[in-house]
Ligand binder design. Structure first.
Ligand SMILES: Cc1cc2nc3c(=O)[nH]c(=O)nc-3n(C[C@H](O)[C@H](O)[C@H](O)COP(=O)(O)O)c2cc1C
Length: 376
């Protein structure tokens, strides 16, 4: 893994190791993938002005909800992670524990809430897809709380499945249907096929106790069939009552939605366009972040994800107003590229690059990094 110089190298290695349907599921966006591209373009457009001769001893640690994390970034919730490589979720949970990062376990993760929480005690958050069935929501919250989880992110940006064209083209439906194209794709990736065969086809163990069999649906169709499509701010007000821990509303882009989230009593807003996987024409997350920070002021807790591929991107998100930053694909490209070693490499690259960026900027810490470094 030492020759992997950046996240793009990990992505390229992942592309060569995975069958097309699995890589497409991770790498792809919705529609024409404009939202996906925009996340990167707008991040790259953020310029930072370095200052020199300041003898910086960099401190990357960040405080969120009264807790200090060693790094200012965490692992965003990714459903079906073990499809990318068997035990990808555990490989990343190990990084969360070793490096003291938050890892957010998805409702549709391929590993149970309980198992991930046990693998990285004190570092795991839960991401809820709000179900149509109140009993499922209540039980998932109870399970998260009983596992020691104290931060909940409720995702609001999937009122309906995104238009995931790569999944359609690759015939990525659940359960796996061994059509010709599918088998040819798998046969061309024997290492993945063997490892996955040994581990068993990944499913949705968090939902398995409540849902029946999945038949002929794409992942997004399945997820969307579980989610309450007509979710309202009133539902979230109820969720606020039911969850005694910290609550973030994930998938917010508009300033008025950010204000509504705080109004229902959320502890913070998670700015995201779902990695460009939902509304294709949505703004880049970094653009919305700036607008939301400007509107809500410094006191509100605002975290973001979308397009983060390097430590320098993390610094860019910081100067645009983030209190904490998450990455989804960067970590799972790593796990897909090289299992546990790849997950470690992804975390290494982000941490080392962020520390180097602080030194190059002449900024002593994450805490002190702000708009003074933004140029022009
Ligand atoms: C393969 C994949 C699966 C995802 N699954 C979920 C999920 O289950 N729940 C959720 O809230 N977000 C999910 N997301 C969105 C991520 O949490 C995050 O918002 C996004 O990946 C950030 O963009 P980035 O991948 O460019 O870092 C998923 C993203 C990807 C790439």
């Amino acid at each position: 893994m030492k020759t992997m110089s950046c996240v793009a190298d990990l992505a390229e290695r992942a592309r060569r190791r995975l069958p097309a349907f699995a890589f497409g599921f991770l790498d792809g966006g919705s529609g024409e993938e404009g939202g996906l591209r925009r996340n990167r373009e707008r991040l790259e457009a953020v310029r930072l002005m370095p200052r020199f001769c300041r003898a910086v001893d960099p401190d990357s640690s960040a405080v969120l909800f009264g807790r200090t994390y060693a790094q200012p970034f965490g692992i965003a919730p990714v459903g079906m992670g073990n499809l990318l490589w068997p035990d990808a979720d555990f490989a990343l949970a190990a990084q969360a524990r070793i490096r003291d990062l938050p890892m957010v376990v998805s409702t549709v993760a391929s590993t149970t809430i309980e198992a991930i929480a046990e693998a990285a005690p004190g570092n795991v958050w839960f991401q809820l897809y709000y179900s149509r069935r109140p009993d499922i929501n209540r039980d998932l919250l109870r399970r998260a709380w009983d596992s020691g989880i104290r931060v909940l992110a409720v995702t609001v940006d999937v009122p309906r499945a995104g238009d995931r064209r790569r999944d359609v083209r690759n015939r990525f439906v659940l359960p796996f249907r061994p059509g010709l194209r599918f088998l040819a794709g798998v046969a061309a990736r024997p290492a993945w096929a063997l490892a996955t065969l040994r581990a068993g086809s990944p499913g949705f163990p968090n939902l398995a106790p409540y849902t029946g069999d999945i038949t002929g649906q794409t992942l997004t169709e399945f997820v969307s069939s579980q989610i309450k499509g007509d979710l309202s701010w009133n539902d979230l007000r109820g969720l606020r009552q039911d969850w005694p821990g910290k609550l973030l509303v994930k998938g917010v882009l508009a300033v008025d939605d950010a204000a509504a989230a705080l109004d229902i009593g959320a502890d913070g807003v998670w700015v995201s366009n779902h990695g460009g996987r939902q509304l294709d024409s949505a703004p880049a997350a970094i653009e919305s972040l700036a607008a939301i920070r400007a509107a809500l002021g410094d006191a509100a807790t605002v975290v973001m994800d979308g397009g983060i591929r390097s430590g320098e991107d993390i610094a860019r998100a910081r100067v645009m107003g983030a209190d904490f930053v998450f990455a989804g694909r960067a970590f799972y490209y790593g796990a897909a590229a090289g299992g546990a070693a790849g997950a470690e490499r992804a975390a290494d690259l982000l941490a080392a690059d962020f520390s180097r960026t602080l030194v190059q900027l002449g900024c002593p810490s994450w805490t002190e990094l702000d708009r003074r470094w933004l140029w022009p």
